[in-house]
Design a protein around this ligand. Structure first.
Ligand SMILES: Nc1ncnc2c1ncn2[C@@H]1O[C@H](COP(=O)(O)OP(=O)(O)O)[C@@H](O)[C@H]1O
Ligand SMILES: O=P(O)(O)OC[C@H]1O[C@](O)(COP(=O)(O)O)[C@@H](O)[C@@H]1O
Length: 317
């Protein structure tokens, strides 16, 4: 079974603001609300492919109840652990000529919540995959997070990590099967800017040497690069299209990658499907639908970059 784990879910409140002006009253033209949080988005795309999965999340308050209702409405098999105080985040996504996001801090998990989470994780085994997605919530410090990773590792669970900063760095020692930073998350992890082919590859190798098995780096409109477990480097460019809402593009990519890998055991097909899913979501108001994903998949090509360094240089510049 695939489990997605979202420690700090949200409602994503999307507002269409043509021209955002700081320090003034801005009015939006339209609003939408979605159940947010990286793991829930991964689960929604897995569902599009008909891949059985369960979404585990921490939630609180009225917004947590609304997340629960929306997940039910969308037919996502899920279990939310409710916290006694506070409310789940309402993350603001402003859409205009640019996309601006404000993600909240969220509620604080207490010892009871962490205990229940570990009880659930304790039921997993070597046939399971756990995708740890998004930011840590308050109350889960790095030593608690390390104990979560250690528990999953001891159970032989296949680990996927789509997190950032310290949490991502600390997860590498637990030999995740896959990590999926975007370019800025990779720069933060590597603690250096990336301007060139050599720097991108070195940063990916840094993750690989610290024991990440597969390193998938998403590059927004420029597609994605994969350094696989055999140190093969692949690139897939993204299709062109009109971006409507890129929130969840990275999560969609992760779900597509996992789905195609499970179905084909091919990293090339996985990368191609990842890019198709990410772009299909970016070109849609909500997360992508299967038909849209497959139409983009057909037009994509994956290139091996091992013998073609100049090609990668073009991508990064
Ligand atoms: N502007 C865009 N045009 C086409 N595809 C996009 C665009 N933005 C994102 N994507 C697709 O979604 C994937 C993930 O996007 P990215 O923005 O890198 O991830 P994240 O949401 O994690 O920051 C990209 O690899 C690409 O396939
Ligand atoms: O937990 P974080 O890092 O604050 O991110 C949460 C946000 O990320 C999202 O899952 C979208 O992620 P991506 O755009 O990276 O795919 C939103 O639904 C949510 O508001």
């Amino acid at each position: 079974m695939i489990y997605t784990i979202t420690l700090n879910p949200s409602l994503d409140y999307v507002m269409m603001v043509n021209e955002l002006k700081n320090g003034e009253t801005n009015r939006s033209q339209a609003e939408k609300i979605y159940p947010g949080g990286k793991g829930f988005n991964v689960s929604r795309i897995l569902n599009e492919f008909g891949i059985a999965n369960k979404a585990i999340g921490l939630a609180a308050g009225f917004s947590g109840l609304e997340i629960d209702r929306l997940l039910n409405e969308k037919g996502i098999d899920h279990e939310l652990i409710f916290m006694a105080e506070g409310f789940s985040r309402i993350n603001i996504k402003l859409k205009g000529s640019e996309e601006t996001e404000i993600n909240g801090a969220g509620p604080k998990a207490d010892a009871m919540v962490i205990k229940r989470l570990k009880q659930i994780l304790d039921t997993m085994n070597e046939d399971d995959t756990a995708a740890l997605c998004g930011s840590l919530c308050q109350g889960i410090d790095s030593s608690t997070f390390a104990s979560i990773l250690s528990l999953l590792k001891s159970k032989g669970v296949r680990l996927i990590v789509d997190m950032s900063n310290e949490a991502l760095l600390n997860s590498l020692a637990y030999e995740p099967w896959l990590i999926k930073p975007n370019l800025s998350e990779l720069c933060e992890l590597w603690k250096r800017p990336i301007h060139s082919l050599n720097e991108l590859r070195d940063a990916m190798m840094f993750c690989s040497q610290r024991k990440a098995q597969n390193v998938l780096v998403s590059l927004g409109k420029d597609g994605a690069v994969l350094l696989d477990e055999q140190q093969r480097l692949y690139y897939c460019s993204a299709p062109a299209g009109e971006v409507k809402n890129s929130v969840g593009a990275g999560d969609s990519m992760l779900a597509g990658f996992l789905t195609a890998y499970m179905q084909s055991q091919s990293y090339e097909k996985a990368l191609r499907m990842g890019v198709a899913c990410g772009s299909a979501t970016a070109f849609n108001d909500d997360l992508a639908k299967l038909k849209q994903i497959m139409s983009y998949y057909e037009g994509l090509n994956v290139r091996s970059l091992n013998a073609d360094e100049s090609r990668l240089a073009e991508i990064v510049e």
